[in-house]
Design a protein around this ligand. Structure first.
Ligand code: GRF
Length: 215
């Protein structure tokens, strides 16, 4: 059985697109059963709809607080019998209450090599620090922001001519590769979590989850 997966977005949804494309082949172990956004106007929502995927807008602005918003979201996810969640440019902090419902079943993609550069403006900060290697991370979501067991990472070189935009684009290309790979392994039950470490349930699986920098 393919795992019923929802993607949560707030904006353009290019990672969403990559996940949808990967899941469009019948042997992929997850099916994208829903795309939900806290912003009704998110470009990715219209795009998902045009691809024939069920969509839901749960506008956070109409709720009194985070947990009220999340309770509505939770009802929508239950109605669609969602088993796995992928955060893809979802720009809301989640409460421990929500995160606990999805522990071990919710992934996020972050545009940096965690645990470096948690939070926003990662590319700008990486350039300002002069690091030579940057990248992206897919991790299980825990209550602390941008923490949680790391499922997959990809590294890219930082080049002399880089601007925030060119570096972001190089990282984004890798995001689109590692997120579907990570979801495939999680949905297939090919991974186990030991403390902070995500390991292959069978030998070999984890090796697919580190992508070295190349020029
Ligand atoms: C990506 O860089 C992702 O890593 C970050 O937000 C951005 C979302 O882009 N969390 P998109 O909406 O997937 O195009």
């Amino acid at each position: 059985m393919r795992r019923r997966t929802a993607i949560l977005i707030s904006g353009r949804g290019s990672n969403m697109d990559a996940l949808i494309a990967a899941a469009s082949t019948p042997e992929f172990p997850a099916e994208i059963a829903l795309v939900a956004s806290n912003r009704p106007e998110a470009a990715g929502l219209a795009r998902a709809k045009s691809l024939g995927i069920a969509v839901a807008a749960v506008d956070h602005k109409i709720y009194a607080g985070r947990e009220e918003f999340e309770r509505s979201l939770q009802i929508v996810l239950a109605a669609h019998r969602i088993e796995l969640l992928c955060l893809a440019g979802f720009m809301r902090l989640l409460t421990p209450w929500f995160v606990e419902q999805w522990r071990g079943r919710m992934l996020n993609i972050h545009p940096a090599l965690l645990p470096s550069y948690r939070g926003l403006h990662t590319h700008r900060r990486a350039l300002a620090d002069g690091v030579k290697i940057h990248g992206c991370t897919v991790h299980f979501v825990v209550p602390e922001m941008d923490e949680g067991p790391i499922v997959a990472q990809a590294a890219v070189p930082v080049l002399d001519r880089d601007t925030e935009e060119t570096l972001a684009a190089r990282v984004l290309e890798q995001e689109h590769l590692i997120y579907p790979r990570a979801l495939r392994l999680v949905a297939a039950g090919a991974l186990r979590v030991e403390g902070n470490r995500v390991l292959g349930a069978a030998s070999g699986a984890a090796a697919a989850l580190a992508v070295p920098a190349c020029d």
